[in-house]
Design a protein around this ligand. Structure first.
Ligand SMILES: [Zn+2]
Length: 338
């Protein structure tokens, strides 16, 4: 019995009821890790035609699965750096004589399309894949990339999340631990420098932000920065409050990226088009204003539902609220982190 209980994880039970209901839970459930929900390879309604309210049916995962049914788009940037869009998060490629250095892995369902897109850049193999954080849309391609010979690199907390069943209330989904061959083996605590493909690549961690295991990747010679989900160019971001992320630390990271770069730096977001430092500043300023609006309402004692009803993001919704994180959802993510 003791072993049985040790193998149970409790999901949803430590959340306020409104939050639990919002995420689609009616009950606190005890779920053995073996029952963690395997990510699907396509969006599948139940036989009754009902679309369950979770990450892979109505949430961001469903959006990425549908997008992945279409063609991938490769955009060449600067200094042998390209970005491939259409397989979950943006995938960044530095191509050198000895092989390729990737930032993020995309999603596994795109494997054959990614192989074609990578071969079109150059015939060399993938040597390294850095995961900017643990989320599925950035790491699901790890398994096939590792099988092809790549070393998977990540901050230590990213390995922790990928090694255990992780429930995210906002996704109404429990991601299972990834298989051993898909886990990062080259681990970073604070920073590491790679000399690869003629560039100097800085992989750096400054504590929590979007999760507790974020890294940015700065290609020094090309002057290109890949920010993972620390930057969503033109869209409200997801913030993983349950796994160490929060709005104040998300703003801290944006401030650091602004300090570290110039108006010549190419800024690559986890989601959205390739951007500039001016666009990162606009994103940072949006985060700060929304945070301040919501913090003021929270200080007045307003509940999360009252704050959502007050529409504290209204001035930004036309521009930022049209992707996978809608205005009310973003308001709840910011409120929960304050
Ligand atoms: Zn993410």
């Amino acid at each position: 019995m003791r072993h049985f209980l040790e193998n149970l994880i409790v999901i949803g039970c430590n959340r306020p009821l409104s939050k639990v209901l919002y995420a689609g839970f009616a009950l606190c459930l005890l779920v053995p890790p073996a029952f963690a929900q395997t990510p699907p390879t396509s969006v599948q309604p139940l036989p009754s035609g009902i679309m369950p309210n979770d990450y892979f049916h109505t949430g961001a995962g469903a959006h990425y699965l549908r997008r992945a049914e279409g063609d991938l788009v490769t955009e060449k940037l600067r200094g042998n750096i390209s970005v491939i869009m259409g397989s979950g998060a943006n995938v960044i490629i530095l191509s050198g004589k000895q092989g390729k250095f990737l930032v993020d892995a995309g999603i596994g369902v795109s494997e054959s399309k990614m192989k074609v897109a990578l071969s079109a850049i150059s015939p060399t193999p993938v040597k390294y894949v850095v995961n900017t954080h643990w989320h599925w849309d950035h790491t699901d391609g790890n398994a096939w990339l590792h099988e092809s010979g790549a070393t998977i690199v990540a901050q230590r907390n990213t390995l922790k999340h990928l090694s255990q069943a992780t429930h995210v209330d906002d996704w109404n989904w429990t991601l299972p631990p990834v298989t051993a061959d898909a886990r990062p083996t080259l681990l970073i605590d604070d920073s590491k420098i790679f000399r690869f493909g003629g560039d100097i690549i800085h992989v750096e961690h400054y504590g929590p932000g979007h999760t507790d295991g974020d890294v940015w990747i700065y290609f020094e010679k090309a002057d290109v920065m890949a920010l993972g989900d620390l930057f969503w160019n033109g869209n409200y971001p997801f913030i993983d409050n349950q796994d160490g992320g929060n709005i104040n630390d998300a703003i801290k990271w944006a401030d650091k990226a602004v300090e570290r770069t110039t108006d010549k730096t190419i800024m690559i977001p986890g989601h959205g088009p390739v951007g500039t430092r001016a666009q990162l500043i606009e994103f940072r300023n949006m985060l700060v204003t929304v945070r301040d609006n919501i913090a003021a309402l929270k200080r007045q004692g307003k509940s999360i539902d009252e704050v959502v009803a007050a529409k504290p993001t209204a001035a930004f919704d036309d521009k930022w609220g049209r992707f996978v994180i809608a205005p009310a959802h973003f308001t709840r993510l910011v409120y929960a982190g304050l």
